[in-house]
Design a protein around this ligand. Structure first.
Ligand code: UDP
Ligand code: MG
Length: 346
């Protein structure tokens, strides 16, 4: 029987006679301080690596002068696209919108604070040329982060692996290269609270990693306090696992079983041995403990329900208020694709 390939998500780079291109996707939230250094570094990198034809900067609703600074710093430099969100939609949606916009053959997602070193990008591009579709950066050392952040992050990645069936690499953040087929596949995902690193792992394709040491921020302050990190962690687990709900069921059954045993014991104590329990402290402890436990798991159930609620509302995931390109669209190879819900005014 004759078997032929009818359709494939073919990387553009494999098409003969075509120069492969790479885009940077950089989310920015109140990053005024680091922007001059960032653009300087990116320009230096592009001078040595002309395959980087496109730089998508996503201004995630900054309240400082980030957007206007981007415009003045990139003026006259080819290949820059600025997406301005109408408000702060969060890091994960900023990355998502950036990836939707990329028109190059591959995209490298990196933080605006230069905590994701550009020399690692070169290794990523190399791996991509060898045929990998996803090349993620694995954090070996995290020089810039405090002890609490390092340990909670470490713990989280292990918990995520334990609780979900997704084969997500340990200690890899959002710093990664993704090829055109992966970008196209990612476009089809319509989750409202995307946990990007989990979704990319879930997509499959040929994935690999490169190790790197994470330097401290180049300037400015972290936009991820513990509270936000915890939310991201819960989003990640909740979007890939229903196991916490199952644990709630099991724990509930266990507590019910224990209470039956306790009841038997109490009845025996009263009618067989005749001594009633005088201590109220044990009672009050039990009341608090199980009350707290119930509230906790009610919260877990509620969070899942909230996710369902978010998904059914069918609102746009992000709103782009303006889209700027640093050169006239015809002249620039990197006019960028339309973001998902573009309300383009410029
Ligand atoms: N960021 C964003 N929206 C947010 C929070 C952060 O676009 O709501 C960007 C931020 O500007 C930076 C990147 O996401 O480029 C990573 O944030 P940050 O460096 O503050 O996180 P950390 O490295 O401390 O985990
Ligand atoms: Mg950072």
């Amino acid at each position: 029987m004759h078997v032929r390939l009818v359709e494939t998500l073919q990387p553009h780079s494999t098409r003969p006679g075509r120069r492969e291109t790479v885009a940077f996707v950089i989310p920015l939230y109140n990053e005024e301080e680091v922007l001059p250094v960032l653009i300087r570094e990116v320009e230096a990198y592009r001078a040595a690596h002309p395959e980087v034809t496109e730089v998508v900067l996503v201004d995630d609703g900054s309240t400082d002068g980030t957007a206007s600074l981007i415009r003045s710093l990139t003026e006259g430099r080819p290949g820059y696209v600025l997406l301005r969100f109408s408000r702060n939609f969060g890091h994960q949606l900023a990355i998502t919108a950036g990836m939707h916009c990329v028109s190059a053959d591959a995209a490298v997602v990196l933080d605006g604070d230069l905590q994701d070193p550009l020399d690692v990008v070169t290794q990523m591009i190399e791996k991509w040329r060898q045929g990998f579709d996803v090349v993620y950066g694995i954090r070996r050392e995290r020089h810039g982060d405090g002890l609490l952040k390092r340990w909670t992050a470490r713990l989280f990645y292990r918990l995520f692996q334990h609780l979900t069936d997704v084969d997500a690499p340990l200690d890899a953040g959002d710093f990664r290269l993704v090829s055109r087929p992966v970008l196209d596949a990612y476009r089809q995902i319509e989750e409202h609270q995307p946990y990007v690193r989990g979704l990319i792992a879930w997509l499959g394709f040929n994935q690999t990693g490169v190790f790197y040491d994470r330097p401290p921020r180049a300037a400015g302050r972290s936009k991820y306090p513990l509270r936000r990190s915890l939310r991201l962690a819960f989003d990640g687990i909740a979007s890939f696992s229903v196991r916490p709900l199952r644990y709630a069921v099991r724990l509930g059954l266990l507590v019910a079983a224990l209470s039956v045993i306790g009841l038997v014991w109490v009845l025996l104590a009263k009618y067989a041995f005749g001594n009633t329990i005088p201590g109220w402290s044990s009672l009050i402890f039990a009341a608090f403990f199980f009350g707290g436990l119930q509230l906790f798991f009610l919260g877990v159930v509620g969070s899942y329900l909230a996710r369902v609620y978010e998904e059914v509302k069918a609102r746009p995931r992000y709103v782009v208020r303006e889209r700027w390109v640093s050169e006239p669209a015809e002249a620039s190879p990197a006019a960028g694709r339309e973001p998902e819900t573009a309300r383009v005014r410029s």
